[in-house]
Ligand binder design. Structure first.
Ligand code: FAD
Length: 261
């Protein structure tokens, strides 16, 4: 491993200044994705800008209309939050199904979204629930945030501060987990929101995406039977040692149906 600097800023402004001053530095949240990437030799940052001391980025606030989760809030905290369980139980369940206890106690929602791993769970929730990603510079809508494989709409040095989820009428998430890591081979988040039905998929493509044909079918009838007979093209989907693109395409309406049930 090559030499690198370590910064532990005590304010968001200081973190942003450090990030703006060094394009090769990386934000450090829980280290659950960045450290494995470094161990594999895929990444060699010049410095870590550790957000651990920024208490204002941690915690959950909820009212009747929305749930706001600070970027440094761990998956375990979301899973155990009475506010999340009451307002969006499917989000608490999603967080409880991420990885293992060690990953859930270190990994954060901000890190998960910034990383945009194709098999990560949170991106499906963010898209289906029409969440807003707040950063130190602006508010980004979920649609358009995930750009591709490990690629988002974040500008270099931009820091996620919180994620705001509007409370849906109803929502559910079902994933077909990769048995070793628990990452989603395919995961489908279905939500009935104030702006209509939204269906988002993770694990199947380069990044999370919505499925219009399922949204249209569920807008007509919000019931498991509405997913019957829907087949999706596999052309742009992932094939790897765990599953073919055809298998993933098959799983999408099946998991949507289970989410509805
Ligand atoms: C064994 C294992 C199993 C896992 N299983 C699952 C699973 O089942 N489902 C799942 O969804 N995930 C899974 N993960 C990934 C896990 O959820 C990570 O917590 C998540 O990827 C983010 O990690 P982190 O918060 O530690 O961020 P880090 O690793 O610290 O950072 C990840 C990336 O995001 C950037 N970043 C971090 N925070 C911010 C911020 N606030 N603003 C801007 N950029 C930021 C960093 O610079 C880095 O590029 C697993 C990981 C492991 C090691």
């Amino acid at each position: 491993m090559s030499a690198m600097a370590y910064h532990r800023p005590s304010s968001l402004a200081e973190a942003a200044k450090l990030a703006a001053g060094d394009p090769d530095a990386r934000i450090l949240a829980g280290g659950q994705s960045i450290l494995p990437s470094m161990k594999l030799g895929l990444l060699a940052p010049s410095a870590f800008i550790d957000l651990a001391a920024l208490g204002e980025l941690r915690g959950i606030r909820a009212d009747r209309k929305s749930v706001t989760v600070g970027a440094m809030t761990t998956h375990a905290a979301v899973a155990a939050s009475p506010e999340v369980m009451a307002a969006i139980p499917s989000l608490a369940k999603l967080a409880a199904g991420i990885g293992d206890p060690q990953v859930r106690n270190r990994g954060t929602i901000g890190g998960s979204l910034a990383n945009s791993d194709p098999a990560a769970d949170y991106p499906a929730a963010v898209l289906a629930l029409n969440a807003t990603i707040r950063t130190n510079r602006r508010a980004l809508p979920a649609d358009g945030f995930f750009k591709g494989l490990f690629e988002t709409a974040l500008a270099p040095g931009e820091i996620i501060t919180a994620v705001e989820f509007p409370v849906p009428n109803t929502a559910s998430y079902v994933k077909f987990p990769q048995p070793a890591s628990r990452f989603a081979l395919v995961g489908v988040f279905v939500a009935q929101t104030s702006t209509g039905v939204r269906v988002a998929v993770t694990g199947a493509g380069p990044c999370a995406f919505r499925v219009k044909v399922l949204e249209d079918a569920l807008a007509r009838r919000y019931a498991p039977q509405a997913c019957e007979g829907i087949s999706l093209p596999s052309g742009d989907l992932n094939t790897d040692i765990h599953a073919s693109a055809e298998y993933r395409a098959h799983l999408i309406p099946v998991l949507a149906q289970r989410a509805l049930a």
